[in-house]
Design a protein around this ligand. Sequence first.
Ligand SMILES: [Zn+2]
Length: 178
Amino acid sequence: MIPRTMNQGLFPVRVDTLKSVDLEAEFSGTIDISQLGRLQDFLQDNSGQTQVEIQFGRDEQGTSLLRGQCQAQVRMTCQRCMNPVEVDLSTDFELGIVFSDEQAKHLPKQYEPVIAERDDLELLPVIEDELILSLPMYAYHTQCDENELVAKAEEVVPVPVETEAPNNPFSVLEQLKK
Ligand SMILES: [Zn+2]
């Protein structure tokens, strides 16, 4: 089958749910933040884009899944000086696709449900929900006066330092959990 478009940058707004699951379809591309109205309510402005990769499939029990990752740089309001501050968002998700509230109740506990039509799943609200969940509670500049746009990135995304605990692999996991 020849893809209808070769434009890798174009992320689909909606897909045929069951067909995507059966084909284990993968999509990647960018979405303008200006298309995500609910996310904008938390932001200083609607500039920027999010990079998204998703993959459909099933687990061993036959549960239909939507896995994905998104990355975005957004502008929030610094809670010290009230000027814009750039914040990196990054999120991985694994959702169980269901077709009714009843099915959602019976979904294995490890998956958050996404309710879809069999032939129609709107992707942007799903991506938007995941980005909203990944927002930090508060955003601050490292130094409000010196550089208005640089966020204290290490507070937003903790980066484990391997050399601090060379004998304990679990300490890295502990840091990632925070
Ligand atoms: Zn500030």
